[in-house]
Write a protein that binds this ligand. Structure first.
Ligand code: DGY
Length: 319
């Protein structure tokens, strides 16, 4: 079986595929232009895909030889799952192994924004340490506050658990389904979307992105939040309207925002949101730990190996 891997992944995954006897192709260079990427895909039986290349209806028509795709990500918003399923193409993803790392970044952003860490670090770098001032550089504490989680799956649960343990925060959530484990273990309370966004201290997004949720977090949502609210997005930039978020921050309608994902991605360096002291932006590094990236390589390889044996991929996004 010919497997195309579009970017180097940790050795553990490559070794597993080599040992399984596959013919592996890597591109001649990183960041292939679309046409070149497509050519590599056309010649493959299976693809291990790093990044957000689009796999839509046209792709499946253009690459009829492709029989399986293993994503090097948990998110699959760049794949038309319906078309893949119609063509009998399994789409593997990498849940669980990155939940701790991604929720760590949400937790880090929450604290960074609460204490204005990136802004204060910037001042230090500029040689502007400043005198001790009782009324200056004041953050806010998170003890006993309310965390509102949009999407309480594996990553959302990890974030909620950290917030509960570290700050005894109260957990309120909205999800497609009730999460009974979280209700029991974390005393989490399920609410409607409208109730979720009202009166939040910290609102953190951990859901899978689907196109009809584009800009779900917009001016009308930010308006309902409290002025001490911290907005965290480590899921997908498409969830928030960045201009509305900027305006909510400038007008001090909300306290701050921590973003590991932006809209567009990468964010333009001229984006005015980057100028705000109330914002911390990271370049989509949620899963960027040695442990998580090794785990993702292993799970992606397991998905391809299972497919080659005629088995169901252990982690499969198709229904
Ligand atoms: C994921 O795994 O979905 C990350 O966001 C990287 O794409």
């Amino acid at each position: 079986m010919k497997v195309f891997i579009n970017k180097r992944i940790p050795e553990i995954g490559i070794k597993m595929l080599e040992e399984a006897g596959f013919e592996i192709t890597f591109p001649s260079h990183d960041n292939l232009p679309h046409e070149e990427w497509l050519k590599y895909c056309e010649n493959a039986d299976a693809i291990l895909n790093v990044g957000h290349n689009t796999f839509d209806h046209d792709f499946f028509d253009q690459c009829p030889n492709v029989k399986a795709i293993a994503l090097y990500s948990v998110g699959f918003d760049h794949v038309d799952i319906k078309s893949a399923t119609q063509k009998n193409i399994p789409i593997g993803n990498t849940p669980d192994v990155l939940s701790k790392a991604t929720s760590d970044v949400a937790f880090l952003l929450m604290q960074s924004v609460a204490r204005r860490a990136s802004f204060n670090f910037q001042k230090v770098k500029e040689g502007n340490w400043g005198d001790f001032d009782p009324l200056h550089a004041l953050g806010q504490e998170l003890y006993g506050k309310i965390l509102r989680v949009f999407g309480l799956g594996r990553i959302g649960f990890e974030m909620a658990e950290k917030c509960k343990k570290a700050f005894d925060m109260n957990i309120i959530y909205h999800n497609r389904h009730h999460n009974e484990e979280a209700e029991k273990a974390l005393n989490a309370t399920y609410v409607s979307f409208e109730e979720l966004v009202a009166q939040s201290d910290v609102l953190s997004i951990h859901a899978n992105f689907v196109p009809d949720q584009k800009d779900l977090f917009n001016a009308s949502v930010f308006e309902k939040m409290k002025t001490n609210s911290i907005f965290i997005n480590t899921a997908r930039g498409g969830f928030h309207n960045q201009k509305d978020l900027y305006e909510a921050l400038v007008s001090k309608h909300i306290w701050g925002a921590g973003l590991d994902v932006t809209n567009p991605e990468p964010i333009f360096k001229e984006d005015p949101i980057l100028e705000l002291s109330s914002v911390c932006v990271l370049p989509h590094i949620g899963s960027a730990t040695i442990e998580a990236r090794n785990g993702m390589a292993r799970v992606a390889a397991e998905n391809i190996i299972a497919f080659s044996k005629g088995e169901k991929m252990p982690n499969c996004a198709n229904p």
